[in-house]
Ligand binder design. Structure first.
Ligand SMILES: Cc1cc2nc3c(=O)[nH]c(=O)nc-3n(C[C@H](O)[C@H](O)[C@H](O)COP(=O)(O)OP(=O)(O)OC[C@H]3O[C@@H](n4cnc5c(N)ncnc54)[C@H](O)[C@@H]3O)c2cc1C
Length: 414
């Protein structure tokens, strides 16, 4: 597989990959190992990532999807999705939470470049590009039922509870968002709210650009997650939060325009997940060739060899499906939606199993916090639930494949 990957990359992509790999090996992995206790610090400000964000900034990784004219790192549009996937995997091999932090900058920048008015792009992109601590967030999920929105279950009662009402030349937003990646640290949020109650989610939801320091926006808490702990997932409350009318990015049909975020988004999620799996495999491959038990190194035990064979087969299968999804998104084929969901789903289930093998093959060391192998399983567990759960992803695959006969998979069926 390694040879095939090399052949698929251009010279520029290989150079970028090697630079990032060296940053991950020299800076990220040692940082995470040294700071393993800080991962558990319940004061989010004490979970330090600025040093790593600065490192990512120095090698140009933060600015990947910021348009070049505003200080972003140039990418070949023909292979943009493949490059982002490659970078996501590499960073996540070092730390999944750091990859989450950076991936939100890429995905939200991609969205803003497509839907934000020109003057807002001119104002915000240079700020995002210049400041290593500038993080972005994409806030859809609310305290009740994100799955309805992912399906989407397009009926009035499943609409977002966060509402935006136009008053003169301002929008006034009230509501609450939860489980938001970078929610605790972001300086700029894209927030989805109901603007036409009763119209259903696809026809009555708008997206808004809301700076963190806007009056009425409160970061309520940092969610303490099982894995990806450097991500600082957060909850945000909006109370009579006002933005100028031009901060409405897409009025009423925001969900139908969000594919520019969601499709590459699924690729990025699957690629980050693959990075976690590759890290688990690499650590395990080293361990089983060094650690002696029963009179020989572990790999010489048949049961161990069986697990190692299974791990690498799963990882290569995930990579193959991910590559198909990438090709479909880049070629804008009609099956791109289904393939993205398949790649995300397959990665989440198979890589969780890969990480379980990694923990098992390390014996007692596998579950010791200071050893660092259990972290892979914790990080992998998050991927089962984010960007649609495993079951909702399956529904989406069937809906994309059989649009006329598939069910709604929510509410009363007709
Ligand atoms: C690490 C992490 C990061 C996240 N980052 C973000 C972010 O940046 N922005 C954002 O907006 N959101 C984010 N989320 C939220 C995420 O998208 C949701 O948690 C996810 O879609 C599930 O929604 P829910 O938690 O509301 O579960 P629910 O919708 O309440 O689902 C609960 C259970 O019921 C099942 N279920 C629900 N409806 C049906 C149905 N119709 N048929 C059968 N089963 C059903 C689900 O599969 C699940 O098992 C993040 C979540 C995590 C874990």
């Amino acid at each position: 597989m390694q040879e095939i990957i090399e052949r698929q990359l251009s010279a520029e992509q290989r150079m970028m990959r090697d630079t990032i790999r060296s940053f991950v090996d020299k800076d990220v992995i040692p940082f995470v190992r040294k700071n393993w206790k800080k991962e558990w610090d319940m004061v989010p400000e004490n979970r330090p990532t600025l040093e790593l964000l600065q490192g990512a900034h120095n090698i140009g990784v933060r600015g990947l999807c910021i348009p070049e004219e505003f200080g972003g790192t140039p990418l070949d549009p023909a292979t943009e999705v493949q490059t982002i996937a490659m970078v996501s995997e590499e960073i996540s091999r070092g730390d999944s939470g750091l990859a989450d932090k950076l991936a939100q900058i890429w995905k939200v920048s991609m969205l803003l470049a497509n839907v934000a008015p020109r003057h807002l792009q001119e104002y915000w992109f240079p700020k995002i590009a210049e400041d290593p601590s500038f993080l972005l967030s994409h806030a859809l999920t609310e305290p009740r039922g994100a799955s309805d929105r992912w399906l989407p279950y397009d009926v009035p009662e499943a609409m977002m509870h966060t509402k935006a009402v136009k008053k003169g030349d301002r929008w006034v937003i009230n509501g609450r968002k939860q489980f938001i990646t970078n929610g605790y640290d972001a300086k700029l949020y894209v927030v989805y709210a109901t603007t036409l109650p009763g119209a259903g989610i696809t026809k009555g939801t708008s997206s808004f650009l809301i700076p963190r320091d806007t009056k009425g926006l409160t970061v309520a808490r940092c969610n303490e997650t099982l894995g990806g702990r450097f991500m600082n997932n957060g909850e945000i409350v909006f109370e009579d939060c006002e933005v100028p009318e031009d901060h409405c990015l897409v009025q009423d049909i925001a969900m139908t325009r969000a594919g520019v975020y969601f499709r590459p988004g699924k690729i990025v999620v699957a690629a980050k997940n693959l990075g976690v799996g590759m890290a688990a495999f690499e650590a395990t491959a080293r361990y089983v060739q060094e650690y002696v038990q029963g009179g020989r190194i572990l790999i010489k035990h048949q049961a161990v060899a069986v697990r190692i064979g299974e791990m690498i087969t799963k990882l290569n299968a995930v990579r193959a499906l991910l590559n198909e999804a990438i090709r479909a998104v880049e070629a804008k084929t009609h099956d791109a939606e289904g393939l993205c969901n398949q790649a995300k789903l397959f990665a989440s289930e198979e890589i969780f199993k890969v990480c379980m093998h990694a923990v098992e093959l390390h014996g007692g060391n596998g579950i010791m916090l200071d050893f660092g192998v259990e972290k892979f399983m914790r990080d992998a567990s998050l991927f089962l639930h984010r960007d649609a759960t495993v079951d909702i992803s399956k529904f989406k695959i069937v809906k994309a494949m059989f649009p006329h006969t598939a069910g709604k998979y929510a509410g009363p069926e007709n």
